[in-house]
Write a protein that binds this ligand. Structure first.
Ligand code: 3PG
Ligand code: CO
Length: 522
């Protein structure tokens, strides 16, 4: 085998399936990918469920667990699974953080903030339900829920199903000693859950809604959702924020002496709001009022910056990552994406760490993303990313380069089939430029994805005559793994994203470290 430097392309959200209905990967015009698959060693690898540390094979893949597996060559039990286990054993409710959260709001309110669905990507409504029941059993008097509506990891207009589920439980739990209500909410792509500082305005709006109780008022979540749907015709993820009021007053602003638990387990979209609650000296926006609360996350979202410092369940302790290994070998690496996925190739890649292992050896480049609905710009920043990546390859300064093209995923999440075709085609166009650069500089090119999304753009139909319904969530499908510009042969068998790290270091001429899953090279 020829040992050469390596470029790894992650085509976010581009999975493989033979099913052709709404398959924007299959139907996109993508001559490069087609040629690569016809002429180069390639296999399909698993990117969901147990292969990436999720509770079961019914769990679709996602970028967090996908990039964790790619970047560390191992499978760790992930947040979704760790929280389930902690609830099953009861450890979560024996934790110091749970006790402190309850003690701190003895004469105040216990607030739960998070994504209200069973998507199992950022959160699970079952975790919220378990905590509400336990709060009552532990003698808490007043609880308020701040519910972010999903429609992105679950069907796009499914919010009322989860609203009913939680309202039923609220109805069951409420009595003269236990006062529990929903206080506020809004679509997850409108308020609170921004990531990688793409749009702090979203977090500011969330702060006004949840903390200050400022926003359009409704008598119930159902009324808010139905009104906005009628007025705006948008799907759940894009519903504006709302405040629940009674007698002209918000039912649950966040005040001094309250406790707040953010019950999302995934970090990227939890960090900014956690900073707003946790940082005394916060400058990203004017909080107007900064209540003195006890704040905890379901997990710790950033191990380097300790965000937040209180958490209910210990996150996966991801060690022995590829970046650590390469730094020890003195290998220079380069990571690039646009804002929406920048943290995926840096923070998730390095096991949910926001800092580099070695400043001199690691170069991270972020191309600012547009702040617009991505179906309006399905090409996103693919060309700008490629300009920089091609320069970096041509410079021959780096032995390992990784890039994430978000198009298949970010456009796929809009549910817009036509735009997603263009998203996939944009990535394909970039592959040609990268292939040329790799040919000239003598680099091996690997092409893969972190999970599927664009490969299924319509929900499964109950009856063949039903009109297609857009699907916004990820898929359970495998992803391609292609080797270009190398004389290797790939193993046959059942492999997953965690086999990629060993493959990369072997192509670079190293023996993969103990504990990593095996390389895909024969
Ligand atoms: C999101 O956060 O946008 C979705 O919930 C998951 O998408 P990702 O895992 O591809 O980032
Ligand atoms: Co996605």
């Amino acid at each position: 085998m020829n040992k050469k430097p390596v470029v790894l392309v992650v085509m976010d959200g581009i999975g493989c399936t033979e099913k052709d209905n709404g398959n924007a990967v299959m139907h996109a015009y993508k001559p490069q990918l087609d040629t690569l698959i016809k002429t180069c060693p390639n296999i399909q690898i698993k990117a969901h469920g147990l292969a990436v540390g999720l509770p079961s094979d019914d769990d679709m893949g996602n970028s967090e667990v996908g990039h964790n597996a790619l970047g560390c060559g191992q499978v760790y039990s992930q947040g979704a699974k760790l929280v389930n286990e902690s609830i099953e054993t009861g450890a979560i409710f024996k934790s110091e953080t749970w006790k402190e959260a309850l003690d701190s709001c003895k004469s105040g309110t216990l607030h739960f903030l998070g994504l209200l669905s069973d998507g199992n990507v950022h959160s699970n409504i079952a975790h919220l339900e378990a905590m509400l029941k336990q709060a009552k059993a532990d003698g808490v008097k007043k609880v308020r829920i701040h519910a972010l509506l999903d429609g992105r990891d679950v069907p796009e207009t499914s919010a009322l199903q989860y609203v009913d589920q939680i309202e039923n439980l609220i109805h069951e739990l409420n009595d003269e000693n236990f006062d529990i209500k929903v206080a506020s909410g809004g679509g997850r792509m409108k308020i609170t859950m921004d990531r990688y500082e793409a749009n702090w305005k979203m977090v500011e709006e969330g702060w006004h809604i949840h903390v200050l109780g400022e926003g359009r008022k409704f008598a119930s979540m159902k009324e808010a959702i139905e009104t906005y749907r009628k007025e705006l015709g948008v799907s759940d993820q894009d519903l504006p924020g709302f405040v629940i009021e009674e007698n002209g007053k918000p039912v649950g602003t966040i005040e001094d002496g309250d406790s707040v638990i953010l019950y999302n387990f995934r970090g990227d979209r939890a960090i900014e709001i956690s900073k707003a609650f946790g940082n005394e000296n916060f400058t990203e926006f004017d909080r107007v009022r900064f209540p003195k609360v006890f704040y905890a996350g379901m997990l710790q979202y950033d191990g380097d910056l300790k965000i937040p410092n209180k958490f209910l369940v210990a996150p996966p302790h991801i060690t022995n990552t590829m970046s650590e290994f390469l730094v020890k070998q003195g290998v220079k690496s380069y990571a690039i994406s646009e804002t929406q996925k920048f943290g995926h190739v840096t923070y998730f890649w390095n096991g949910n760490r926001s800092e580099k292992f070695d400043d001199k050896l690691e170069t991270w480049v972020e191309v600012p993303s547009d702040v617009i609905p991505f179906e309006q710009r399905p090409w996103m920043k693919a060309a700008e990313i490629t300009d920089l990546l091609v320069d970096a390859i041509t410079s021959k300064e780096y032995d390992f380069l990784r890039v994430n093209y978000p198009n298949g995923d970010m456009v796929g999440h809009t549910g817009n089939y036509e735009a997603t075709l263009i998203g996939v085609e944009s990535v394909d166009l970039m592959l040609k430029r990268i292939m040329n650069a790799c040919d000239k500089a003598g680099y091996t090119l690997l092409v893969t994805a972190d999970h599927g999304n664009a490969d299924e753009m319509y929900e499964k139909r109950k009856n063949p005559e039903d009109a297609p319904k857009p699907k916004t969530a990820h898929t359970l499908n495998p992803v391609p793994f292609i080797v270009y510009n190398s004389d290797v042969q790939l193993k046959e068998g059942h492999f997953g994203l965690s086999n990629v790290a060993a493959t990369v270091v072997e192509l670079l001429g190293f023996k993969a470290p103990e504990g990593w899953d095996e390389s895909l090279i024969k």
